[in-house]
Design a protein around this ligand. Sequence first.
Ligand code: NAP
Length: 465
Amino acid sequence: MTSAPTRPLRLAIIGAGPAGVYTADLLTKAERDFEVSIDLFDRYPAPYGLIRYGVAPDHPRIKGIVKALHKVMDRGDIRFLGGVDFGTDLTLEDLREHYDAIVFSTGAVRDADLPVPGVDLEGSFGGADFVSWYDGHPDVPRQWPLTAKEVAVIGNGNVALDVARMLSKHADDLLVTEIPENVYEGLKASPVTDVHVFGRRGPAQVKFTPLELRELAHSKDVDIVLYPEDFEFDEASEQLAATNNQVKTMVGTLTNWLVEDQDSGASRRLHLHFLQQPVEILGGEGDEAGQVAGLRMERMELDGTGNVKGTGEYIDYPVQAVYRAIGYHGSPVPGLGYDERKGVIPNDAGRILDENGIPVPGLYASGWIKRGPVGLIGHTKGDALETIGCMLEDQPDLWSAANPDEQAVIDLLESRGIEYTTWEGWLKLDEHELGLGATATGSGPVQRERVKVVPREDMTRISRG
Ligand code: NAP
């Protein structure tokens, strides 16, 4: 079939995080000889996914990305439908009936598993869950037990740094950001004195990035503590530091911090440990049974290739909380195949595959649910471009929806009593949150950037009001 289509291609994108918005934007701008009509769904009443609920509030550069996404959505050629849960409110069958193609950009939002004994003790937390808490995620309880004086953060990625920075920073220094009031109160009452971040490999193998590392040094009244015995470099590390500018910068920053005296007598310390692998989260005894009381680490050594092997030497750290920031993991999407090991929907360059490895016509993936939870937000663009490329290649065979009318899906949502939200609704909620920030007085004279609205019912009410 090669004749020109007589109506616009109807596309549903599931997930209004960066991957979903980039995918929609790139398709609207792509060279093509047919019209498109795009609906961008999200299970939450507000758009932006992990930008709203996964980025640390003191991360100023992220605002630029939000502005760019806002501009895309504000053009008016992509319809946002929030508060619609794929799998519950709408099924794959429903979407098949109303759309010619569907892109899943559902991301990866849960914590990867850490298979060590003690991981279920009270005080052992997923880093992603903590991020959700401080970002005011509607599905996470408002209270977080910040009772530990000594805390461990496992992992050497940017999430570990975010978590460690948020745990160690003084709450008053976060007041200008958009942290919700309950988060400010929780952090303000935290008795924490020492946050220990553990990387299982060496300083040349960290996964975090230079800007994020340097940000650590900007926290007031927090000293960074490093340990000379952790500064081991094998042949592969030296080669990497010589040839990779990013690694060179980070090794340089860390080494400078090690040799310069960082001890200013601050009331809180952020320790960066390397070459230590978690072996067991230790429980307490007596009254503290069932609660985290320590963390057992094995000292590792580099094996020449940049990987590590155990030395058989163990070190116990007395900590009362452990945060696992060892990466995100995807979750299955109802009705689609799922690769549990990688946490992705099986796909070939974005074309979703069936159980026999054959592309399913009209079904695509983009973002972290396509390629796994790696890369900065900007990388999602290239990835969306690849998916769009496949869709454009496939386009002669796409027109398949039985009921492609734009109003039909709205009628369906309304007939099911789904309280969906729209872009206009988000603008209302956005303005409301900014207004709450401008007039916030509860925490002192500092003007807040925004105060996020939770719970979800309130978000929906304000959006639809
Ligand atoms: P990540 O970058 O993949 O880092 C995961 C870390 O956990 C690595 O250091 C890894 O060590 C370690 N790890 C994995 N399994 C472990 C285990 N069993 N025991 C001990 N350590 C273990 O993941 P992420 O920090 O969740 O970040 C995900 C993505 O989001 C990244 O691309 C990140 O840059 C991005 N992000 C960016 C920002 C930002 O501010 N720009 C903020 C948040 C997230 P190995 O290297 O040895 O595997």
